[in-house]
Design a protein around this ligand. Structure first.
Ligand code: ZN
Length: 383
């Protein structure tokens, strides 16, 4: 039997697939009084896809204002790879459940939850905010000084059941199957905030989206298409550029064949674009600034290429450029994003799905970078 701490009232024994007892979960009090077991995708230490395993863990119990969601599908994000590798630098309690995105059915309502019924189909917004600071009260939850993400700072969504605050679950447009609904949380919310709340994209403006093929860039393309006048995309893959063209991109630039700044100026008759939406970060910032018309802006929501940039500040002030950051979104952003998805009948691009038992393989596939769209784990227990 596991070693019981003084606060532990549970008597059930949990064994992992390798036969070892899941003792770490019993030493604290957060999963006490447990009656049933679920399976979850976890890590016991930082590393690569080989560290990812499926373990039996106690069912989560909702606290006041929380709900338990029976997960049907959960999308992978690059964020999960950084969590897995330990590069985010947050201390995690092991075993740690990975995952930020999910969709499923409401299974248990915590005390005081009145707005949802059991069985309601919801997607999860992974952003957790304090709800009390001046920025939360102003409706800017993703600017909260205590902003956290499911799976990054706290147990995540790659589990048969998860518990989340009720304000983090949203009914989603009915035309979406589970895998697509599960892909809205990180990428579509972030893309909406980049384009509209932070980037203030206006009808007819010309936009450049870097690195087409990943989930965020495709979300940007889909959400910008109804509004932007002309959309430029970049990639190192002619195949991805061609597929982006089928989704509505007007111009594709192979950044391995031509300097992006020069290409944009050539195609636009030296005008440049109104806004660049980027998640590559440091190495591409200088080129992104050269793509802009005077008064244009670059909106950055990631540093997949690296965090450091060296830029000529004369370009910023002389051309009156703006460099703008964006992270996740507010409750209003999630609501407006869902409305845009419903109104445009948008469907997140799914590259491939895996049964959650093969999560390690899904992580290896995500790392390969060959995908076009989201990689999604299917749990098969919801709906
Ligand atoms: Zn706050």
């Amino acid at each position: 039997m596991p070693t019981h701490g003084p606060r532990l009232s549970c008597t059930m024994e949990v064994r992992r697939p390798d036969g070892r007892q899941a003792g770490a979960w019993w030493r604290g009090s957060r999963f006490c009084d447990i009656h049933s077991i679920m399976r979850a995708v976890v890590i016991d230490e930082y590393g690569g896809p080989d560290e990812v395993s499926v373990q039996d863990l106690p069912d989560p119990r909702p606290g006041p204002g929380e709900v338990v969601v029976r997960v049907a599908a959960a999308a992978l994000n690059r964020l999960d790879i950084w969590t897995l590798s330990g590069s985010l630098g947050f201390p995690l309690e092991f075993p740690h459940i990975l995952g930020a995105d999910a969709a499923g059915e409401i299974d248990v309502l915590g005390e005081g939850v009145k707005a949802l019924r059991r069985g309601a189909k919801v997607m999860v917004n992974p952003g957790l905010s304090c709800g009390e600071c001046e920025l939360c009260r102003a409706g800017e939850q993703s600017e909260c000084p205590n902003f956290k993400l499911l799976g990054e700072h706290v147990p995540g969504t790659f589990a048969e059941k998860i518990k989340v605050p009720v304000q983090n679950v949203w009914p989603f447009p009915s035309h979406l199957p589970w895998a697509e609904a599960a892909s809205l949380g990180i990428t579509f919310t972030t893309a909406y905030r980049m384009l509209y709340s932070q980037g203030r994209l206006r009808p007819g403006e010309w936009a450049l989206i870097t690195g087409i093929g990943g989930g965020l860039a495709l979300s940007l393309l889909q959400l910008a298409r109804p509004v932007a006048g002309r959309i430029f995309v970049t990639s190192s893959s002619p195949d991805k550029l061609a597929r982006a063209g089928e989704l509505g991109a007007d111009e594709g630039i192979d950044y391995t064949a031509e300097d992006v700044g020069k290409a944009v100026r050539r195609i636009t008759g030296k005008r440049g674009v109104d806004a660049v939406f980027d998640s590559a970060g440091g190495p591409s910032l200088e080129a992104n600034l050269r793509c802009l018309r005077p008064g244009g802006r670059v909106v950055i929501a990631g540093v997949t290429g690296g965090p450091q940039a060296e830029i000529d500040l004369r370009r910023i002030f002389w051309s009156q450029l703006s460099v703008i950051g964006a992270t996740m979104g507010s409750h209003r952003d999630v609501s407006d994003m869902l409305r845009a998805v419903a109104g445009g009948r948008l469907r997140p691009m799914i590259d491939r799905t895996f049964p959650f038992e093969r999560a390690s393989e899904a992580f290896s596939y995500l790392e390969s970078g060959e995908r076009f769209g989201k990689v999604v784990l299917e749990f098969g227990s919801g709906g």
